[in-house]
Design a binder for this molecule. Sequence first.
Ligand code: ATP
Ligand code: MG
Length: 424
Amino acid sequence: MAKNIQAIRGMNDYLPGETAIWQRIESTLKNVLGSYGYSEIRLPIVEQTPLFKRAIGEVTDVVEKEMYTFDDRNGDSLTLRPEGTAGCVRAGIEHGLLYNQEQRLWYVGPMFRYERPQKGRYRQFHQLGVEVFGLQGPDIDAELIMLTARWWRELGIASHVALELNSIGSLEARATYRDALVAFLEQHKDKLDEDCLRRMYTNPLRVLDTKNQDIQTLLNDAPKLGDYLDDESREHFAGLCAFLDDAGIAYTVNQRLVRGLDYYNRTVFEWVTTSLGAQGTVCAGGRYDGLVEQLGGRATPAVGFAMGLERLVLLVQAVNPEFKAESVVDIYLVASGANTQSAAMQLGEQVRDALPGVRLMMNHGGGNFKKQFARADKWGARVALVLGESEIADGNVVVKDLRSGEQSTVTQDSVAAHLRALLG
Ligand code: ATP
Ligand code: MG
C-alpha cells in the first residue's frame, strides 16, 4: 500500500474541534476593530519577491533565511508572504489609497516563514495586522495600543500581557547611533558570538535583541539609542507616553526594543507574555513613515502592528479557559418512523427561515431515539425537536428542553415562537 502523504512540517490543520475557538476569538477581534471604524483589506498570499526584499530589507532574518521563494512558470520570482505590511502598502500605492488620505485598515490570514517549528512558531501561521496611513501624530499610535488593550480585556487575558515601548528615532538619528554602536562592538569583538559578528556591520541594531545573555550583559555598557534620538522623535515619544498615561495603560520603556524588520522609525512596541514559554511576543508593531516612499509611493506617514493568532489562541486557552467556543448546535431535529425524513427536513427549513442565526442540525442516517438523542447531546444542543409519524399526521412537533427535560407538543405553525421563547 502506498505511504500516506502528510502535511508539510510546521503547517497545521485546524480541526473542527479547534476552529470554534478560533472563530470566537476572531469575531471578538473584528468587532473591536469595527468599534474603532477600521476596515478590512484582503490581499494576495503571493507577491513578487522584490517587494519583500525592498520592504523588509535584505539583511533581516526573514529575507535572509525564512522566505518561501520560487519561480513560477514564467520564470518570475514569487514569494509566499512572510508578513502583511509590504503587500498592504503595495496595494495602497497601486490603488491610490494613500497619498493625502487617511486609511485605517486591517487584514487577517496565513503568513509563511521557513523556521524551526516549535510551540508558538510555525511555518504557516496566521496574523491579524492593522495599518493606519496618513496620520503622523502620537495620538494614533496610542489609539492602536488602546485598541489592543481592549482586545485583551474582552478576551480575558489583560493581566497576562505587558506592553514594552521604545522609540528608535529617525533614520538619520539611527544612522548616527549605528556608528556609535558599531564602534563599541568593535572594541568587544572577542566577546561576540557568530550571529552578532555577522550582524555587526550588516544590521547592528539587531545585536541589541540577541538572546545571548553574556552579550546582553555586555550591552549594559553600550551607547543607548535613547541618547541619540532627534528632537522630533523625542517629542513624539513623550506625546505617546502621555496619551497612554491618560488612558491608564501601563508600559515599560525597553531601550533595546528594536524590530526585526528594517522599515520602522520612531515608535516600536510589543505586547509580551510570560505564559507561553520562549515564544512570548504576541503582538508587535510600530511606525514606518519611510516605507511608502521606499516602495515608490509619495511619502505617507504610517503606523501598524501584527499579531500572531496561534500565540493568541494558545494564551487564551492557557489563562482564560472560560473563554470557550460555544457549542455548534442550538437545536437538534430528531425524526423517527417511516417516511418522516423529508417532512422533518422541511420543518428544519421552516425553522431556519423563521429564526435566522439559530443553529439547527438535522439528524441524518436514521437511528433509534436513543441514538439520535445521544447525537443531540454530542453537539451540545439545548433543544430537541422530535417528529414522528403521529406528529406529522396531526401537524404537530414535540419540543424538548434538553437541560430541564421538560417537553411539550405544539403545532408546527407555532414552533418558531416556542423556540424563540426557549432559546431566549
Ligand atoms: P519572533 O522574534 O518571535 O521571531 P518576529 O519579530 O519575527 O517574532 P514579527 O515579524 O514582528 O515577528 O511578527 C509579528 C508577530 O507574528 C509575532 O509577534 C508573533 O506573534 C507572530 N509570529 C511571527 N513569526 C511567527 C511564526 N513563525 N509562528 C507563529 N507566529 C509567528
Ligand atoms: Mg521571527
